[in-house]
Design a protein around this ligand. Sequence first.
Ligand code: FPP
Length: 249
Amino acid sequence: MGLFSRKKTRQAEEVDFSNLPRHIAIILDGNGRWAQKRGLPRTAGHAAGAETFRRVATYCKDIGLEYLTVYAFSTENWKRPPQEVETIMSLLEKYLYEAIERMERDKVKMEFFGDVSVLSPKLRDLIARTREISRHYEGCQVNICLNYGGRDELLRAVRTYAEAYRNDAAPELTEENFSRYLYSAGIPDPDLMIRPGGELRQSNFLLWQSAYAEWYFTDTLWPDFTDREIDRAIADYQHRDRRFGGIKV
Ligand code: FPP
């Protein structure tokens, strides 16, 4: 029993770095509980979560991951107390200021999924600058979902498609055509979706793109998330048998 569990643990953490998933998506969950457990305000949990994001994104870049997408603020998160929303927005501002300074060195591309038109002028300006700088880079791409909701994304795509062909005959609507109207246009679907924080739900995240993603759930709260935990998730993924609806031949 002891030997079995040791072996299992070792196998579970061994990553084949020559065969990584191309795209990992993460729901950043558990910040509030992390803070409450320490008798701190929830906002302290978000500050810790932003640091964890910085660390994990750097690790993902260093191991050669192509795409990392994180769910930072959903279309439903506006329901939170205004002070909490403000803190998250100012953490994002701080993060983007610093990221812009380091982009030259890090060569990380950044994109944003979601309706950013309703964000503050300062944030919108930072997003525009980050996007502009990113156009010159080829490396790891980090997508931050901000004011993002999967259903909202699908409705917007349908509306834009209908509008685009209001006066012309529309081409056949295939999955491939339709994907071009999503925030994720041109980006491969996530292979691995990670949800820390112990909840077992999708929460309106990448509804279309996650059709064949492998999920990894863990009780670890997001601020406690480490590079080892990323390794564990990747190793776990590498032991899955992805059949995409087919059968193993
Ligand atoms: C969910 O945890 C987390 C959020 C709604 C906000 C995530 C935002 C950040 C980490 C800050 C900035 C992000 C970046 C990318 C720099 P929760 O509050 O729902 O936690 P709980 O379930 O424990 O209450």
